[in-house]
Ligand binder design. Structure first.
Ligand code: CO
Length: 171
């Protein structure tokens, strides 16, 4: 399993709902956590490893030891969003060495299924809410560069062009 880098079209492809809750899905989630910790990430969405399904893993603590903070969400839905937003710097494992400010609601309520297919509900706030929303965007084919201000986009223009060139060279 490898991380899919921008501008790979799998990052923009449609992600289908998870229907098979079984051992294969569990293995995929475990491998995604492993890859996420190896690359110092706090979240990873299935399309970022080339699986175009509606599944994500995250751990806002970013530490493999903090297992209590781990979440695997299948077919997540945002039930409600708070009105208050804030700006913070984000990165993305599909965009090495690129960071930018993104505005997002501070609170979200989420419904999803766990790895066993059971319905779960989460009330997320602050950093955890931000991490979730970043990964949720991936499931919608939306990337954090889409949410940056035009000024921030200008700052990363060169780096994006380099990723595009690398992609073409390795294609
Ligand atoms: Co990302």
């Amino acid at each position: 399993m490898d991380i899919v880098l921008y501008p790979d079209p799998r990052l923009r492809a449609k992600n289908t709902p998870v229907q098979d809750f079984g051992p294969e899905l569990e293995v995929a989630a475990r491998d995604m956590f492993q890859l996420m910790y190896q690359t110092q990430g706090v979240g990873l969405a299935a399309p970022q490893v080339g699986l175009n399904i509606r599944m994500m893993v995250f751990n806002p603590e970013g530490e493999a030891e903090a297992t209590e903070a781990e979440a695997v969400l299948c077919n997540p839905r945002i039930v409600s969003k708070g009105k208050d937003k804030d700006f913070a710097e984000e990165g993305c494992l599909s965009f090495p060495e690129i960071n930018g400010q993104v505005s997002r609601p501070i609170r979200v309520t989420v419904e999803a299924q766990n790895l066993q297919g059971q319905e779960i509900r989460l009330e997320l706030e602050g950093w955890a809410a931000r991490v979730f929303q970043h990964e949720f965007d991936h499931l919608e084919g939306v990337l954090f560069i889409d949410r940056m201000s035009p000024a921030d986009r200008t700052l990363i223009k060169q780096a994006l062009a380099e990723l595009e060139r690398d992609y073409l060279e390795n294609a």
